[in-house]
Write a protein that binds this ligand. Structure first.
Ligand code: MG
Length: 124
């Protein structure tokens, strides 16, 4: 299973990658904004799950999600959004755009694991 991790913070990417590695998910691609994410989705056509930040330069996470959901090829890829904004309005906006699950920063490895399992179970 290949993961795509998009965040403009290299520290946050490292944290997420370390959690995935500990869960034995070792196939992880990373990028630092939505535009890079969009390119990587085309470059690697076998991305299984996207974990993306919301606030990023160039193209933010919400824009990336909207682009993916509008394109059949990427419409069904499970997406977890990770953001410092935990407000109800933000969460609803993200879910409406097609995000499958939402995590507020800072978060524990346990939270990411739970949301990931939830997304994978509901994938089919
Ligand atoms: Mg950010």
């Amino acid at each position: 299973m290949k993961f795509l991790v998009i965040d403009d913070s290299s520290t946050m990417r490292r944290i997420i990658k370390n959690i995935l590695f500990r869960l034995e998910y070792k196939d992880v691609i990373e990028g630092e904004n939505g535009a890079q994410g969009w390119e990587l989705l085309h470059q690697y056509e076998d991305i299984s799950v996207l974990i993306t930040d919301w606030n990023m330069p160039e193209m933010n996470g919400l824009q990336l999600v909207k682009k993916m959901r509008a394109k059949a090829q990427f419409a069904d890829i499970p997406i977890i959004m990770v953001s410092t904004d935990g407000g109800k309005a933000e969460v609803i906006t993200a879910l409406k755009a097609g995000v499958n699950n939402y995590i507020v920063k800072p978060f524990t490895p346990q939270i990411l694991q739970e949301k990931l399992l939830d997304v994978l179970e509901n994938r089919a």
